[in-house]
Design a protein around this ligand. Structure first.
Ligand code: DAK
Length: 261
């Protein structure tokens, strides 16, 4: 692939958007390669993904403005669909995805981070939705996901003013979960991913689905969604083993890794 790198470390897959000369901006090739990379993830071994950008300056500086500038309405729509399909694939990907935001996360960059389950960032990270300054609306789900993550008031302020915010403010408003020095970011992401990967895979996947699907439903439906996904965990090897391990009073016993079933 030209712009997307994929590496597996144990049970963690690391996707790196690598188009440094354009600050990892998303053009159609990057979007296509991301799509293909996700399709190729081996879900029998990989239990958590990390998404990051190459270099120390930018995570993703948005959709590629050069490529977008000449689009017709029909092409703009097709580009938007291509992006939205990949972003939605990330959001609904069976296993958790952590965005390790290592610099600029503007426009489509902020939006792709919001399609991930969890965001952590480096101290030099900058988030923003600058689209109205370019004469467009956020087009990769920004109006929807930002409002859900930080609340409508703060999302409207960020989107209407097109003002960028730094890592400390992103932390304060809940857009990211934690901020690290640049050189510690990937280690922190990998540590979190490995911590997720050692838990029961079916249960983790079902939690992701329950949270995502539940957020789109009213509370009665949401609870029914949770019940179904809770019930699904029973009779799995991991549920039997996890509970038997707890009930076993032998304190010297070492917990075995959960199996993928
Ligand atoms: N697209 C293309 N190239 C970009 C880019 C981008 N988004 N961001 C940076 N680059 C390129 C620069 O043009 C420059 O290229 P060269 O001149 O070296 O060839 C190189 O990366 C380095 O950038 P700078 O020289 O500008 O670096 P600085 O440190 O001075 O500034 C910056 C860094 C991040 C503040 C600045 O580059 C910047 O403001 N970049 C643009 C950020 C931005 O506005 N991003 C939002 C893009 S709009 C839709 C779907 C999606 C979207 C819209 C509609 N539909 C449904 C159809 C999404 C829209 C967006 O994401």
């Amino acid at each position: 692939m030209e712009f997307v790198l994929y590496e597996v470390k144990g049970q963690v897959g690391i996707i790196t958007i690598s188009r440094e000369k354009a600050l990892n901006a998303l053009n159609s090739t990057v979007l296509g390669e991301l799509d293909q990379t996700l399709d190729n993830v081996d879900l029998d071994t990989v239990r958590c993904l990390i998404l990051t950008g190459a270099g120390e300056k930018s995570f993703v500086a948005g959709a590629d403005i050069g490529e977008m500038s000449t689009l017709t309405k029909a092409e703009g729509e097709a580009f938007g669909k291509k992006g939205n399909d990949v972003f939605r694939k990330l959001e609904t990907f069976p296993i958790p995805v952590i965005a390790a935001v290592n610099g600029f996360a503007l426009g489509g960059g902020c939006e792709i981070s919001m399609s991930c389950d969890i965001r952590i960032c480096s101290e030099n990270a900058v988030f923003g939705q600058p689209e109205v300054g370019l004469g467009i609306t956020p087009g990769f789900g920004g109006t929807q996901r930002l409002a859900r993550l930080v609340g409508p008031g703060m999302a409207k302020q960020m989107i209407y003013t097109a003002r960028n915010i730094k890592a400390d403010e992103a932390l304060r408003i809940g857009l990211v979960n934690a901020v690290y020095p640049q050189e510690e970011l990937m280690a922190a992401a990998e540590k979190m991913a490995s911590g997720i990967a050692k838990n029961a895979p079916i249960a983790v996947r079902n939690c992701k689905k329950a949270i995502n699907d539940g957020l789109e439903a009213d509370m009665d439906q949401a609870i029914a969604i949770e019940e179904k996904l809770f019930g699904d965990c029973f009779e799995t090897e991991d549920q039997k083993y996890g509970m038997a391990f707890f009930l076993d009073k032998n304190k010297d016993k070492v917990k075995e890794p959960f199996k993928n079933v």
